[in-house]
Write a protein that binds this ligand. Structure first.
Ligand SMILES: [Zn+2]
Length: 346
């Protein structure tokens, strides 16, 4: 595919989607007909470690860059969608305690949405990255029928992100903290082995979804236990952080230790989806994160394991879909753009 096929020019007004990450911003453009103008990652350094002023300038650079790349005149842009990692308020104010990506004191309580809006002179619609990815998964899957459906997305990464979509819209909650699926506590019966310590989460909870179904959960909880069950496994010779990252490649080779760990993660996500089934009874359950990039047989096994661990009633089984969140690297920017389009299209 050459560059001409990857980049289109707009035939209508547009919105821009900006995904802010720890090292890079990713940008996209979505036109009023629902077409994305770029098919690939368009990244620039996010400079979040340099503090808010530099980071807002870097977002403005990403905005200017994507308009240039797609030959989109500024006058066609109606709004900008922005997503960042949380925790942040529903309106894009970074937590007063800071966050993993925003640990400088100048970030604490910083209104990144308002600052970007002032910088660009355009309306900016904010979502956290989990909600943005959930929104993209929903709209990609259901297309024009998105408003008729609900879904829940679990994104297994460093933590466990995701979101809840109802009638095509992200459920935000009163304080902006709806859809913090990683910190939902789940029944551990049938998940943990006899004698396995109860997993602890960085949030202070024990036995929540993230304490099991995340890279952090593998490193802190699952792998230290499972290595004692496989004393001859080569990962016993690696530092735990390195071993945790290497585990997926073992899973792709059907290694017994790796399948035990990922099997526990799948059960934990299944318990979460069982709770969702009784809360909002969604049409679709989406699974995302690094596993989407794994070898096809492995990611299908993981998705099937999650489905088997999700206890649905027969009526729910007849209508519910399980699917992987597509376009992992672009899901944040694309979801942010979808949110902006939803906001200005009504
Ligand atoms: Zn937690």
């Amino acid at each position: 595919m050459d560059q001409a096929e990857k980049v289109r020019t707009p035939s209508s007004w547009v919105v821009v989607g900006l995904d802010n990450g720890g090292t890079c911003n990713n940008a996209t453009v979505l036109d009023a007909t629902g077409q994305f103008l770029v098919n690939n990652l368009v990244e620039n350094p996010s400079r979040v470690l340099d503090g808010p002023e530099s980071a807002v300038e870097a977002l403005a650079d990403a905005f200017t860059g994507i308009l240039e790349l797609t030959s989109t005149p500024l006058s066609l842009v109606r709004a900008v969608g922005l997503d960042t990692p949380g925790p942040a308020s529903a309106h894009g104010v970074i937590s007063s305690k800071g966050a993993t990506n925003f640990n400088q004191v100048s970030w604490h309580g910083f209104d990144i949405r308002g600052a970007l809006e002032a910088r660009l002179g355009l309306p900016v619609i904010y979502n956290n990255d989990g909600n943005a990815a959930a929104l993209y998964a929903h709209h990609r899957h259901f297309g024009a029928d998105a408003p008729e459906h609900s879904s829940v997305s679990a994104i297994v990464g460093t933590g466990l992100g995701g979101g809840v979509v109802e009638a095509g819209q992200v459920v935000r909650g009163a304080a902006g903290m709806a859809g913090e699926l990683g910190h939902v506590q789940i029944p551990l019966h049938g998940v943990l082995e006899e004698g396995q310590p109860v997993p602890q989460c960085n949030c202070g909870f024990a036995g929540d979804v993230e304490s099991i179904a995340s890279l952090t959960g593998i490193k802190n909880n699952l792998l230290p236990y499972w290595l004692t069950r496989f004393p001859d496994h080569p990962l016993n010779d690696e530092p735990i952080a390195k071993a945790a990252k290497a585990l997926r490649s073992y899973g792709e080779k059907d290694d017994a230790l790796a399948l035990a760990v990922f099997g526990q993660q799948a059960k934990a996500v299944g318990k979460l989806f069982t709770i969702a089934a009784n809360f909002t009874d969604p049409s679709a359950y989406f699974l995302g994160g690094g596993v989407v990039e794994a070898a096809p047989h492995f990611r299908q096994w993981f998705l099937n394991s999650v489905r088997e661990a999700t206890e649905l009633r027969d009526e729910q089984k007849a209508v519910a879909t399980f699917a992987l969140v597509p376009d992992r690297d672009m899901a944040g920017a694309r979801g942010a753009a979808v949110a902006a389009l939803n906001m200005v299209a009504v």
